[in-house]
Design a protein around this ligand. Structure first.
Ligand SMILES: NC(=O)c1ccc[n+]([C@@H]2O[C@H](COP(=O)([O-])OP(=O)(O)OC[C@H]3O[C@@H](n4cnc5c(N)ncnc54)[C@H](OP(=O)(O)O)[C@@H]3O)[C@@H](O)[C@H]2O)c1
Length: 322
């Protein structure tokens, strides 16, 4: 908690200045909030292509116009592509389009996420788990070959960056010990929606820590980050207390988005690591993640997730096998 207050009140992440000239960047959930502000930075910093991967293409069009009018980038830089993470078919179609039509992917910034209070199902799993975890890593694995090909062809280090949160430490997550964690999380009878969003952010951290070593030597940098508490539309269903907290402490979406951009340019030292306040800050990971139980949970979750992903797209997990 002191670290949270200190960061929110006294740390101002650096304004991004690294050039993205010649780069192709995909940002999921970029019609609003942190994703839109990160996309604006990429366009301002000269990216050749910034793909707004959004479920609402009309909102994506408005974001494109807003970004163009503020950055004065050329009209062919920002593109709007449909992506709905609550549909596996949509994720597959997006990945196929990107694989076929893009000559390179320098940054896959997986930012889209939801925080909902109500239990709902998408693709057979509780919706938060489907959107924040299963589809997020389905997209990552489907696009890994393109990221790796970009590394080789252009002698560069593409980034796979996952937007997590410090709230990954704000949950008890007893489900990790269940015979089947994902099945337990999906059950309406046992779902604890009060800690579902933090659990989804913890799952992201655990999966990243299992996946990163498998990408060693591919040239792809995988990192995951905490943007801090920011003003955005995320807490539209959140409690009043959160709004009060945000009023006093939250960063603007633009300031928070600087951490997304920092992760997307971070060097190899960030591979497999947690970025907070714009720098690698492993000490800010939760005690559970750093514990022996956390390591065991990471391996268990990875095993279960790969079985789920294989069912959705047979063969996809071979993309992450060393
Ligand atoms: N704001 C914070 O304080 C904070 C703190 C820590 C971490 N984060 C993380 O930051 C990321 C961005 O959140 P934000 O604060 O910018 O929230 P936001 O303003 O609500 O933006 C979330 C984005 O995700 C998109 N999205 C939601 N469901 C989707 C789906 N099924 N398919 C595709 N896109 C979908 C939303 O699209 P629609 O507009 O169509 O809903 C929106 O573009 C999230 O991963 C969140 O967990 C935020």
């Amino acid at each position: 908690m002191p670290s949270f207050l200190y960061s929110q009140l006294f740390v101002r992440p650096k304004y991004p200045t690294t050039s993205f000239a010649g780069k192709t960047v995909i940002v999921t959930g970029s019609n609003t909030g942190l994703g839109k502000e990160a996309a604006r930075h990429f366009a301002r910093l000269g990216a050749s292509k910034v793909i707004l991967a959004v479920r609402n293409t009309k909102a994506g069009e408005a974001a494109k116009q807003d970004i163009e009018s503020t950055t004065h980038c050329a009209s062919d830089v920002v593109e709007i592509w449909a992506l709905d993470l609550s549909s596996f078919e949509s994720v597959k179609a997006f990945a196929e389009r990107a694989t076929k039509n893009l000559s390179r992917i320098d940054v896959l910034l997986e930012n889209a996420g939801i925080a909902v209070a109500k239990y709902d199902v998408a693709e057979g799993h509780e919706r938060t788990i489907t959107v924040n975890v299963i589809s997020t890593f389905l997209l990552a694995l489907l696009l890994l070959p393109k990221l790796e090909a970009t590394a080789q062809k252009f002698n560069t280090q593409p980034h796979l960056t996952i937007v997590s949160s410090e709230v990954h430490g704000h949950c008890k997550f007893p489900e990790w010990k269940a015979d089947n964690t994902f099945a337990t999380l999906s059950s309406k009878e046992t779902a604890n929606m009060d800690e579902r969003y933090p659990v989804s952010k913890l799952l992201e951290v655990l999966v990243c820590r299992a996946l990163a070593p498998k990408l060693d030597g591919t040239g792809v940098i995988l990192n995951y980050l905490n943007p801090g508490l920011c003003h955005s539309e995320l807490s539209r269903e959140g409690p009043l207390m959160l709004e009060v907290l945000k009023f006093f402490l939250a960063r603007t979406a633009e300031v928070g988005s600087r951490i997304l951009v920092a992760a997307a340019v971070a060097g190899p030292e960030s591979h497999g690591k947690y970025i907070s306040n714009g720098i690698v800050l492993e000490e800010d990971l939760s005690p559970f993640v750093k514990s022996e139980d956390g390591k065991a949970a990471s391996e268990k979750i990875w095993k279960e997730l790969t079985a789920i992903l294989e069912e959705i797209q047979p063969g996809v997990t071979a993309n992450a096998l060393k």
